[in-house]
Write a protein that binds this ligand. Structure first.
Ligand code: SF4
Ligand code: SF4
Length: 377
């Protein structure tokens, strides 16, 4: 099986991957729900850290606990847990971000009985010195409790090793993203997406072996057309679970040159400093300095400034906002982000979807129409 096929397979059934991993290694599996979960600490405990993406075809179990106006991501994750599909887990971690995620944590705690339940209350405002002190304290306590609940002692050495391994996955994803931009014919947007998604599910050593094979394969492939001749698009939003959007953009003469998503660059860009002697502090510093998601705060216009900077640096012809229905944090940010792009003459499209896994026919038509007005840069 080729390396990219392996990533596609894992992403098509993450639960089956994690079950098999547990069966073959006897290790523990800890799920998490957001890119503010410190995967380095979970990996340092020896567990497989697995991001949950939920399924959206059925909300039979979650509907008894969550209103229909919660986003489908949260409803889908809860449904999977209550339906028993995640019975192999040893625990789950819920960073306190949006209201829906916080309520998910409470409902999960009351209705499941995994050994570990981690509520991670990081500060909302990130750009102050006190935020850093507070965040370090919270992360240290989290590390201690994670160890206790999993029955292991997590040492500074374990954490340093996990930081190095996680950094390696992030660097490799940055390399792949650079390759996609240089040579979009060789790396499609959907291949980039599955590689990133698989890195949040697979054991890092296995993922790195697969990724190294993929990068070697791509290094030998003939380069595709340079991205300069294509319409350059930035995607911006929360979680993106669908590969359809990339295919529609590419079929219409475009290439995604940056994914400002928590399943994209916001997850893999920015490394944790290695060898500082203070690994927890280094993790906190990455959270403080990475591009914030709208559930956090680092200045009134910081997200907008960052998005404009990215769009200009990447010479994007347009920005597509992916908004999951009922996602308040992203919906609140959208008007000012659009206004800042308008002020710089960068066209944008708001694509609101009920289902993170598909943009549907209507969405396809809207993206096609948008691509017609996007200029090559
Ligand atoms: S958008 Fe923010 S809160 Fe929502 S899942 Fe992503 S990082 Fe977490
Ligand atoms: S940030 Fe939005 S998409 Fe993510 S869990 Fe919260 S409401 Fe859902």
């Amino acid at each position: 099986m080729g390396p990219i096929r392996r990533f596609w397979d894992v992403c098509s059934d993450p639960v089956e991957y994690a079950r098999q991993w547990k069966r073959s290694t006897g290790g523990k599996v800890v799920a998490h729900t957001c890119s503010y979960a410190p995967v380095e600490i979970l990996r340092a405990s020896g567990a497989l850290s697995m991001r949950l993406f939920g399924k959206t075809e059925d909300f039979t179990f979650s509907d008894g606990h969550l209103q229909a106006y919660c986003c489908s991501l949260v409803r889908g994750i809860l449904n999977e847990a209550l339906a028993g599909n995640l019975d192999f887990l040893d625990g789950a971690v819920f960073p306190h971000t949006c209201d829906s995620m916080q309520r998910l944590s409470d409902i999960w705690r009351i209705n499941t009985s995994f050994s570990l339940h981690g509520d991670l209350v990081l500060p909302v405002k990130l750009n102050t010195d006190t935020a850093k002190t507070y965040m370090v304290d919270v992360l240290k306590l989290f590390m201690q409790r994670t160890g206790e609940q999993l029955g292991v002692v997590i040492t500074g050495e374990d954490l340093e090793k996990a930081i190095q391994e996680t950094n390696s996955t992030r660097k490799a994803l940055c390399d792949l993203a650079a390759m996609r931009e240089r040579s979009p014919g060789a790396v499609s947007g959907s291949d980039m997406y599955v590689a990133a998604c698989a890195s949040m599910i697979m054991a890092p050593s296995e993922w790195l072996d697969t990724m190294n094979s993929l990068l070697a394969e791509l290094g030998q492939a003939a380069p595709g057309p340079p991205a300069q001749r294509l319409k350059r698009i930035v995607l911006s939003g929360g979680i993106c679970g669908n590969t359809q959007i990339y295919d529609v953009i590419e079929k219409n003469g475009g290439v995604v040159v940056h994914d400002d998503l928590c399943t994209g660059a916001r997850y893999y860009e920015g490394l944790v400093a290695e060898g500082t002697g203070d690994p927890v502090g280094a993790i906190a510093e990455r959270y403080r300095t990475r591009v914030v998601c709208p559930a956090k705060h680092a200045g009134i216009y910081s997200r907008g400034q960052e998005l404009v900077k990215i769009a200009e640096e990447k010479q994007a012809g347009g920005v597509i906002f992916l908004l999951l229905k009922f996602c308040d944090p992203h919906a609140f940010d959208y008007p000012y982000l659009k206004r800042m792009l308008d002020d710089r003459g960068i066209p944008s499209l708001l694509l609101e979807t009920e289902d993170p896994w598909s943009i549907g026919e209507h969405g396809t038509t809207r993206v096609e129409a948008f691509m017609e007005i996007v200029r090559q840069r």
